[in-house]
Write a protein that binds this ligand. Structure first.
Ligand SMILES: [Zn+2]
Length: 133
């Protein structure tokens, strides 16, 4: 086997392993009256995205006002099921975490000026992602 093929194979395996291992934890929620508290600390660390950014996405998607608290929580105005919140988290991951080029979850997000860019550590792709208004 050619040396370069060998390297290719190793890189490929690495990427596949990483994708296999990618198993984001489910997000916990808690209903308090007409509000829903969403615990984002674990998922935030797992997918390497700020609680702030995930929270804004949830507020936008659920058209709910929200308050971001210390310790990785966001309190949304309105009652939302745990399943719905987790569906939105999946959407977030698809939009802001998974590389659109190669499908790797091993990406970084940087904020340059007011725009966010996703950079893939797998294939090196870099592209802007939508702003959450
Ligand atoms: Zn990629």
């Amino acid at each position: 086997m050619e040396y370069e093929d060998l390297i290719d194979n190793i890189l490929k395996e690495k990427k596949e392993n990483k994708a296999d291992r990618f198993n984001p934890p489910e997000v916990d929620t808690q209903q308090i009256g007409q509000k829903t508290v969403v615990f984002l600390d674990k998922i935030s660390k797992y997918i390497n995205r700020p609680v702030n950014h995930i929270s804004k996405f949830l507020m936008h998607e659920l058209t709910a006002p929200g308050q971001i608290d210390e310790g990785g929580k966001v309190t949304l105005g309105g009652r939302f099921s745990r399943k719905l919140v987790n569906d939105k988290i999946q959407l977030y991951i698809k939009e802001f975490v998974i590389c659109k080029q190669c499908g790797s979850p091993d990406t970084h997000m940087d904020k340059i000026d007011k725009n966010y860019f996703v950079k893939c550590l797998g294939c090196g792709a870099e592209y802007p992602v939508g702003r959450i208004k």
